[in-house]
Design a protein around this ligand. Structure first.
Ligand SMILES: Nc1ncnc2c1ncn2[C@@H]1O[C@H](COP(=O)(O)OP(=O)(O)OP(=O)(O)O)[C@@H](O)[C@H]1O
Ligand SMILES: [Mg+2]
Length: 383
């Protein structure tokens, strides 16, 4: 299945040959060199899908190579794995800062770790390439800010606004998803059961035909983990090919990652078409959001793709929109009013807010926001 090309850069010939043999046996195409300078040339000329490099090479440091690759549009998205003979924490940090995706120390465990990391990162790259459906990732810095309710309602509004578009909502909030209870889905299928299926079974056609469709909500659902015990069994490594397959059969893939900025969340937000960041108006959420924004910036998330939604989830007290903008040093894109008990009411009746309360100001905010988000995602694709 894989004709993926991997570039190995390692000054130690024996080590390089050993890695190459292992990768060739897995049907990867392999190119290799012992020099950092040549590594750069090969990366730009041959456009490998991934690079494995021992950062202790000497003609250029691994960090220099990684920085150059990340700064060049041709290789900015290519994952780089450090397979290093230097186990020091200082080195690990400087490599990760320079743009390496992962750091593996050469040891007895290195080969299985390298194999797992390569298949995970290659899976991520195919899940995140900018083709197929739009990837709209919803998150917040703190829980209880309304992320799941807003995600489900905006997905519904986009589906309503674009009746020909196919929309799926995926709940990746661990340990317990909450989209299913909001939309009233009680079936047996969820992300844990789907990730347990064989790769060959979870094809784009499978997701197109077999995911439950919620008539009132106008989208298909890939429900979240139903309980913490199931969540412990989630095969996290499968997320990437699942997202890739979903993007092939849906025009919009909405993903609720809640505040789970884990190994799952980060690659998704780094490569989402749009990152919807839900901010509630209390001071502590705003200040943690600032930390989250700085972190995302640091991790190369395109600032233009971050769509901030201020949600007055906690009531009327708290910061105003200008206060929040000042504290965060960003412009807030949309502001959701306080809805009293009506949001919870719509949720507990498993109904989209805009259907239950079509004349409420918030319904107009949902409609405007949905249009704007879809338009922004389209614009960013064409840039
Ligand atoms: N603007 C609002 N006005 C009134 N209530 C709101 C508003 N936004 C959210 N809520 C209520 O806040 C509660 C939490 O919402 P929701 O579950 O969507 O948040 P969340 O950020 O996904 O939480 P979690 O961290 O548990 O995933 C719900 O009862 C919802 O109805
Ligand atoms: Mg939630």
């Amino acid at each position: 299945m894989s004709e993926k090309k991997i570039l190995i850069v390692d000054a130690d010939v024996a080590s390089r040959n050993f890695i190459a043999r292992n990768l060739l046996a897995q049907k990867y195409e392999v190119i290799q060199t012992g020099s950092g300078k040549e590594g750069l040339i090969y990366a730009w000329r041959d456009r490998p899908d991934l690079m494995v490099m021992d950062p202790t090479i000497t003609d250029l440091t691994g960090e220099e190579v990684a920085r150059k690759l990340k700064q060049d549009a041709r290789t900015a998205n290519m994952p780089i794995i450090a397979l290093s003979s230097d186990p020091s924490v200082v080195r690990i940090k400087s490599c990760l800062d320079a743009g390496f995706s992962e750091y593996i120390t050469k040891s007895g465990q290195a080969v299985p770790m390298l194999d797992e990391t390569i298949s995970r990162l290659l899976g991520i790259t195919s899940a995140i390439t900018k083709h197929g459906g739009m990837l709209m990732v919803f998150l917040s810095a703190k829980g209880g800010t309304g992320t799941s309710s807003i995600c489900a309602n905006l997905a519904m509004t986009i589906a309503q606004d674009q009746p020909e578009a196919r929309v799926v909502v995926v709940d990746l909030v661990l340990p317990i998803g909450s989209i299913a209870p909001i939309v009233g889905y009680e079936g047996p299928q969820n992300i844990v059961t789907i990730a347990d299926m064989l790769v060959d079974e979870t094809t784009p056609e499978f997701f197109r035909d077999q995911l439950p469709e919620l008539k009132l909500w106008r989208f298909h659902l890939l429900a979240g983990s139903p309980d913490p015990e199931s969540s412990n069994h989630l095969k996290v490594g499968r997320i990437w090919d699942i997202v890739a397959a979903l993007k092939e059969s849906y025009d919009y893939v909405f993903i609720d990652i809640g505040r789970a900025l884990s190994k799952i969340g980060l690659p998704l937000i780094q490569h989402a078409d749009l990152v919807a960041l839900i901010i509630s108006t209390d001071i502590s959420t705003v200040s943690i959001t600032k930390t989250l924004l700085d972190y995302m910036k640091n991790k190369g998330v395109n600032a233009a793709s971050i769509y901030t939604i201020l949600n007055r989830a906690a009531g009327l007290e708290g910061l105003s929109k200008p206060d929040a903008e000042k504290a965060l040093d960003i412009q807030i894109k949309a502001a959701m009013p306080y809805l009293g008990s009506s949001f919870a009411f719509a949720n507990s009746h498993h109904q989209p807010f805009t259907l239950k309360f079509p004349n409420d100001t918030a319904s107009f905010v949902f409609q405007e926001t949905a249009k704007e988000m879809a338009a922004l995602a389209r614009t960013l694709r064409t840039e």
